[in-house]
Design a protein around this ligand. Structure first.
Ligand code: MSP
Length: 649
């Protein structure tokens, strides 16, 4: 029977406007899942969405939708994104799925029956946005330790989980299993910030909202966040439900992966719940850092284009995956800029990898018509190249096992550089001048093709779209592209036939591209008034479009909740909108005609799926519709009765 490997991402909150940072955890997990599948494991890769809570209930209400309608749309967006990014999850759990709800109810009841959950009254500091109660000792300067916002005093009847009785056992877990939580710095954080000061019992139900899992034996209470969200890792395998039946097969998880702000959930609360349920604990929890945008975790500032769809369309999915896996030091924060991304594409992917493949294939075509002759003549530099290639399999395996993907890629690209150097050392173009050198030339070409094959195999989990293209060009059949095949040099047939293909990663002109990105942002946010339709097929109307073209534009009613001039930009107003999906900001060039007071409280029509852009350094997430009225511009206001978020069609 195959060995199993169970890996999870956190389940995502349904928030609109996913940026490239959101995809980081998922891309890392996907790479590991692909690697393990190639290594012959029976993999379960789980991701999903965390859909309950007060915030969702409130946002849904504002849009006039039910919470379920509201989350359905956003969750579909996440699923589209994962498809676009070639994410090969095996299962997608939604905490609103019936089977999950059934399991959570059973878990809650089991814990209650065991005396692990009890009813009491909660009085304390509550952070509404984080849906968390905090003890006074946990507050930082009187504010929420997670988000830094103000907390309020709250009191309500609630169920509590006896977290306080698990401190010693969690401490022992860290001591006895140093591999449980990595990197080590996070262990110190958990011990010093939470375990040493002493754990408090955890509030696990609420009565002041309804969008959670109902406590079936006590109407009015709903289970939210902790027991609802964390249990997804076992309910998705069928724990407490009949929907799935692989709990015994996959649990305990081999890897829970997440970023640092939710480590406490996964390494204190989650193991305590599992201990209370007398279930085995996950084998490893790995916390990665944040992808920062100019020092910020969110994508608000610095004017980079961070929409994963735009990035994938412009550079290809593999380039984005490569940047995330190579440039973010694992476990630490990494910085995202469009410039750094383009730099990586040009230097590593286009120059080193792309050139190696295209030069080699072009030479085999030029010198041998595409098919290698079988006579061989070993020579200088061969042994070193072969030794470098042969050592790579073990090194990549070891590094990848610990999720050290940046180092694994650095190693692979070091050998790519070595292989490029082999071309310079052996000077095939000189050998080609004399037919007497044919056997030597064929050997050099074979060694290059073999090196590329091994490198392509080892790159497969990281560059899943590119690896098959490489194999097609160097004539590598499936049998010689398995993971273990990278451990043997000399698997390609001696008379292999190559086939030139398109450049794997066309080089990007940095200056031109950055200018285009800037223009793209600006153009999307503010279409120029002077732009005239190219062709008028109906008098007074621009060229005709299909209904499908129109359907691409997502128009929504939104309410202007705040508005202020953009400093040093006379014509621009910065407008905060309630768009029914958590709110957004747009910048609009209408200050000549409107003052903030004219706009606040009004409803407008928003182009909701416009790519974000920067106007005078201020992010604009969409645009509002306005009409040219002679020399003036008039905003199109919508009926105030229409709820924010309503679709316009
Ligand atoms: N719903 C909780 C998790 C519950 S798990 C039982 C949650 N959701 S989240 O949507 O806020 O985050 C999901 C994942 O995306 C987390 O690992 C989070 O840190 C990651 N990221 C979101 N923005 C990120 C960056 N800018 N950089 C790296 N990861 C980021 O937390």
């Amino acid at each position: 029977m195959k060995k199993t490997f169970y890996i999870t991402t956190p389940i995502y909150y349904p928030s609109a406007n996913a940026h490239v940072g959101h995809s980081y955890t998922t891309v890392v997990c996907d790479t590991m899942a692909r690697l393990k599948r190639m290594q012959g494991f029976d993999v379960m890769f789980l991701t999903g969405t965390d859909e309950h809570g007060q915030k969702i209930e409130t946002s849904a209400k504002a849009t006039g939708k039910t919470p379920k309608e509201y989350v359905d749309e956003i969750v579909a967006g996440f699923q589209r994104l994962w498809k676009r990014m070639d994410i090969t999850y095996d299962r997608f759990i939604r905490t609103t799925d019936d089977y999950h709800i059934e399991s959570v109810q059973k878990i809650f009841k089991t814990l209650y029956d065991k005396g692990e959950i009890y009813k009491s009254v909660y009085k304390g500091a509550y952070c509404k946005p984080c849906e968390s109660f905090w003890t006074d000792s946990q507050l930082v300067d009187g504010k929420c330790p997670d988000c830094g916002r103000d907390v309020e005093q709250a009191e309500e009847e609630a169920y509590f989980f006896r977290l306080s009785s698990y401190g010693d056992r969690i401490m022992k877990l860290y001591e006895e299993h140093p591999e449980f939580l990595q990197p080590q710095a996070r262990v110190n954080e958990m011990v010093n910030n939470f375990l040493k000061p002493g754990l408090e019992d955890l509030c696990v139900s609420r009565t002041s909202f309804t969008w959670g899992v109902p406590v079936d034996f006590d109407p009015g209470h709903v289970v939210y966040v902790w027991i609802d969200a964390l249990s997804n890792y076992i309910t998705a395998l069928g724990y407490g439900n009949d929907r799935y039946n692989d709990f015994d097969k996959y649990w305990p998880a081999d890897f829970h992966l997440m970023s640092k702000e939710i480590v406490r959930f996964h390494t204190i609360i989650w193991p305590s719940i599992l201990m209370a349920l007398e279930l085995p604990l996950p084998k490893r929890v790995y916390s990665h850092g944040w992808l920062l945008f100019g020092g910020d975790k969110m994508s608000k500032s610095k004017g980079n284009v961070v929409d994963p769809y735009v990035l994938c369309d412009r550079y290809g999915v593999d380039a984005i995956r490569y940047f995330l896996l190579r440039d973010v030091p694992f476990g630490q924060d990494g910085n995202f800029t469009n410039e750094a991304l383009i730099q990586r594409i040009n230097s590593d992917l286009a120059n080193d990898l792309g050139n190696l493949v295209s030069r080699t294939v072009a030479m085999v075509e030029k010198y041998f018509g595409g098919t290698l002759p079988t006579d061989r003549q070993p020579g200088d530099f061969d042994d070193d190249l072969i030794a470098q290639i042969s050592g790579l399999y073990d090194r990549v395996n070891t590094l990848a096992e610990d999720l050290q993907f940046p180092t694994a890629l650095t190693e692979i690209f070091r050998v790519i550089a070595r292989t490029n150097k082999y071309i310079d050392e052996t000077t095939p173009w000189v050998l080609a001048k004399d037919e007497a050198n044919n056997a030597r030339l064929a050997t050099v070409m074979y060694n290059l093709l073999e090196a590329i094959r091994v490198l392509g195999v080892l790159l497969s989990p990281f560059l899943p779209e590119t690896a098959p293209k490489i194999f097609a060009q160097i004539g590598a059949a499936e049998a010689v592209t398995t993971w273990e095949s990278a451990n043997t040099f000399g698997m390609l047939p001696q008379n292999v036939t190559v086939k030139k293909g398109d450049a794997l990663f066309p080089r990007i002109d940095m200056e031109k591209e950055l200018a285009e990105l800037e223009a793209l942002g600006a153009a999307k946010a503010a279409p120029k008034a002077e732009e005239k339709p190219v062709k008028a097929e109906v008098e007074g109307v621009a060229s005709l479009i299909d209904i499908d073209d129109f359907a691409k534009v997502e128009l929504r009613v939104a309410e202007i909740v705040a508005c202020e001039p953009v400093p040093k930009a006379d014509k621009l107003l910065k407008i905060q909108l309630d768009d029914g999906a958590g709110g957004r900001q747009v910048v609009s060039g209408i200050h000549t005609w409107y003052e903030p007071a004219d706009l606040i409280g009004k409803k407008i029509i928003l182009v909701a799926n416009l790519k974000p852009a920067k106007l005078r350094g201020v992010e604009s997430q969409g645009m509002l519709l306005a009409a040219d009225a002679g020399d003036a511009v008039k905003v199109i206001f919508a009926d105030l009765q229409i709820p924010a978020g309503s679709k316009v069609r």
